[in-house]
Write a protein that binds this ligand. Sequence first.
Ligand code: DP6
Length: 347
Amino acid sequence: MHMIENASSWRSPSNIALVKYWGKYDPQLPANPSLSFTLSESFTETKLEILEESGRGDFDFEVFLDYRKAEDFKPKIQKFLGRIASELDFIKGRKFSIHTYNSFPHSSGIASSASGMSALALCLLSLSPQGKVMSPSAFFQKASEWSRLGSGSASRSVYGPLGLWGKTEGIAESSDEYAIPYQGKVDPIFNEFCDTILLVEKGQKAVSSTAGHGLMKGHPFAQQRFAQAHHNLANLQKILAKGDLEAFGNLVEHEALTLHAMMMSSQPYFILMKPNTLKIIELIWEFRRESQKPLYFTLDAGANVHLLYPKHIEQEALNFVNKEIKLYLNNGEYICDRVGNGPTKLM
Ligand code: DP6
């Protein structure tokens, strides 16, 4: 048995970008700003336990997923810890263990890096001498900065209902180093938004996001894309304030397809959608044409489809999923998520 000297535990959510982060440069800085809905039901719970001396100058750790050793998680975490090493004196020479659990099915294609890296960053900061004396706002800003160094999109998971990451014109507090809670006016229709995650394909992504970001280096359309993201973010702010659902849907669908278009036109090129992804998009458009209901989609860098819609059409949306979409899903699986408020300290 190990003596547990100090432990911290956090639950941190995943998020879904409306304006996408795609392209980065060292050290983990975004090529353009992004804005996301923080989710509620898709989260990671992580417990960090600092154990005895490691017997080495450096630190030493083990990672467990659902109580099983997860060796394959170690390299990404090692890289993350390396990036913040100068602030980790309090664990130098120690052993520690990371226990983690995801609320969403294993390898469902939902990115666990946003929730996982933010949960770990929050645990580390809670145990650090600097974290213990910070004001709540300084604490979350620092946690977001550390999360970013683990995974870019993780920086936004620290705040709900909307996280903004990246220097944005007109928002003085915005930064490439950390996300901020989005403070602009938001129509109440967006406070109760649903995200039904349609699992088209399970398993590892065809292209890791880090490799994907790399494809933007030297991409012939990169500069236009980055400029477009700034433009879309400026528009999205007006749309959120007005509660204009049609303009919202138009913008997020266009962002999603642009992200995929970037991958289709990079060198090497990738198609991350599957035939069923396209089928589902067609069905969504057909549903919208016929019902005139505000049901839209976005995609991340994979084949799954996120259905976005306001709470008041939830029943119709779920009927549509069950009747028309389910047969195109992997084992008929989907996850009912919604906009959430950010991380919770468990211990
Ligand atoms: C398509 O945050 O997973 O989901 O910083 O390399 O860890 P790394 O990448 P990651 O990229 C996410 C890309 C995206 C869009 C987004 O979430 O903004």
